[in-house]
Design a protein around this ligand. Structure first.
Ligand code: FEO
Length: 502
């Protein structure tokens, strides 16, 4: 294990990678793809016949994909509908030593062990690298350790503790605990470990293979959606068929942790990454800058599009009618990208993803029990929980005798960082009448003008944004006015002195 070698690698790469995200693009395209360009004498060739059945794919000439897709699952994390299923990605590196990188969810262990057995082809397993302890990637670990009794587990100290919490699995006598910059040489390949706390749990790390330039990136760069034999993003029409699920995955699973993702992107900008191997969804070997730029937008809370999302909560159709009228007025005013959603009908994870995509959000809600319509309130609280920032909102309220939803929605918007209210709240009484048409038109005009950066944007009652303090040792982000004197980083144990304002 050499901390020095790894630091040198990253510093050297950082110096070479001053071009930032573009570096990944320039370097995009892996050095070797066994299926495309087999090399004689390598342990696997492109047309390798694997023992057993298995559903493996070659990632490079000596890295095998052994992950499994689940098409039976209805709700990811028992929350998010995934009609296209999901893939749990896992990889085997075959060098002088063999290395398994992450495992799979318990629902697919049968296929996983078929794949793993086929990939190892009779060899023992020497190392299991655990980048992320969430059970969708770790619930096969206990069985791996039983099947391969000599395998050592490479993970963070925090991961070892969580493994024991979830599965009563004490790995004390077979663990190699690693931190930022540690490396593990396994033959031709050297693995370097990059701490990525809160992307998406505190124990997360990524593993960089300095030989191939592959970053095994845990949840980062992942997507909902089962793999259908194809493994690489360039084997599918990613923008058309995968981007909505990739966005929905990122925003709902990792969206809250933008500063931590930004910290990892800064590290990635300085590293000669040639391939991204996430724990869900396709592998990226080409056009890396495209997905890195998406992540840069999402994690900095920058809208992807100048677009208007109109979300309405309606019981008897009056608020729905107002929302439709406003959408038509926006369109007549030249706004090309308008999307209208019934908050009761659209899953909140879709709404969260759209809110990350669109620059402007119109909220139209009835008053319900003297409050905000429950599904709308749920959506807004979920937006707040996911830390959405830097958006312009417009408000339409409805109340038959005592409208209150507008004021209450403004209060929640006021708590969001760098969010503003465009135009005046439009108040509907039961159903929109003639007079409301003018008010809605004025609101549409204000939103259109704001979209063109020409309108007057009225500041909402903003709560001051919390300061962010980044641990120089591991990248963990503490939010608050000051780091307390006795504060200890929950990831690496560093004290207050290690934190600098980010
Ligand atoms: Fe795919 Fe955070 O687990």
């Amino acid at each position: 294990m050499s901390r020095e070698i790894a630091r040198r690698d990253f510093l050297k790469a950082a110096a070479a990678g001053a071009a930032g995200l573009a570096a990944a693009s320039v370097l995009g395209g892996a050095a070797a793809f066994a299926e495309d360009a087999p090399e004689a004498g390598k342990p696997f060739e492109g047309k390798k016949k694997f023992a057993g059945v298995g559903s493996v794919r070659m990632v490079t000439d000596d890295i095998v994909y052994v992950g499994v897709s689940d098409r039976r699952i209805e709700l990811f994390e028992n929350v998010y509908p995934i009609p296209r299923g999901v893939a749990y990605n896992s990889y085997v590196l075959l060098d002088e030593k063999t290395v398994l990188i992450d495992t799979v969810d318990r629902s697919v262990t049968g296929q996983f062990f078929e794949n793993l057995t086929a990939a190892l082809d009779g060899r023992a397993l020497d190392y299991l690298v655990v980048n992320h302890m969430e059970p969708d990637h770790s619930s096969a670990i206990s069985e791996v350790l039983v099947r391969y009794p000599n395998a050592q587990v490479v993970c963070t100290k925090a991961a070892a503790a969580i493994l024991n919490q979830f599965f009563a699995c004490d790995i004390t006598d077979r663990a190699i605990l690693v931190g930022e910059g540690d490396t593990l040489r396994v033959g031709r390949h050297t693995l370097s470990f990059v701490m990525a706390p809160m992307v998406h749990w505190p124990e997360v790390m990524m593993t960089f293979d300095t030989e191939t330039g592959i970053l095994f990136s845990a949840d980062a760069f992942g997507s909902f959606g089962a793999l259908n034999g194809n493994l690489f993003a360039d084997e599918v029409d990613f923008e058309k068929d995968w981007l909505p699920d990739a966005r929905r995955y990122y925003c709902n699973i990792v969206g809250k942790y933008g500063p931590q993702v930004q910290a990892v992107l800064k590290k990635a900008a300085g590293v000669p990454i040639q391939m991204l191997c996430p724990t869900h969804g396709p592998v990226w070997r080409r056009d890396l800058s495209w997905i890195l730029e998406k992540y840069d937008l999402w994690s900095s809370y920058t809208p992807e599009e100048k677009a208007v999302m109109v979300v309405y909560g309606s019981v008897y159709g009056g608020t729905e009618s107002a929302a439709n009228a406003l959408a038509a007025q926006l369109s007549r005013g030249g706004v090309a990208d308008v999307a209208v959603y019934d908050v009761s009908k659209t899953h909140v994870s879709e709404l969260i993803a759209e809110a990350f995509r669109c620059s402007h959000i119109v909220l139209a809600s009835i008053t319900y029990n003297m409050g905000i319509f429950t599904p709308m309130k749920n959506f807004l609280l979920d937006l707040e929980a996911h830390n959405l920032q830097n958006r312009a909102f417009a408000i339409v309220e409805n109340g038959s005798w005592s409208p209150a939803s507008g004021r209450l929605m403004r209060e929640i918007v006021g708590r969001l960082t760098d969010c503003s209210i465009v135009g005046d709240t439009v108040t509907i009484r039961s159903s929109p009448g003639k007079g409301d048409s003018d008010a809605l038109q004025q609101l549409a005009d204000a939103v259109s003008a704001s979209l063109l950066d020409a309108g007057e944007v009225l500041d909402a009652e903003k709560a001051p944004a919390a300061k962010k303090w980044i641990c120089k040792v591991c990248g963990y982000v503490y939010e608050g006015d000051e780091v307390p004197e006795d504060y200890v980083c929950p990831i690496c144990g560093a004290g207050k002195a290690a934190f600098e304002e980010g």
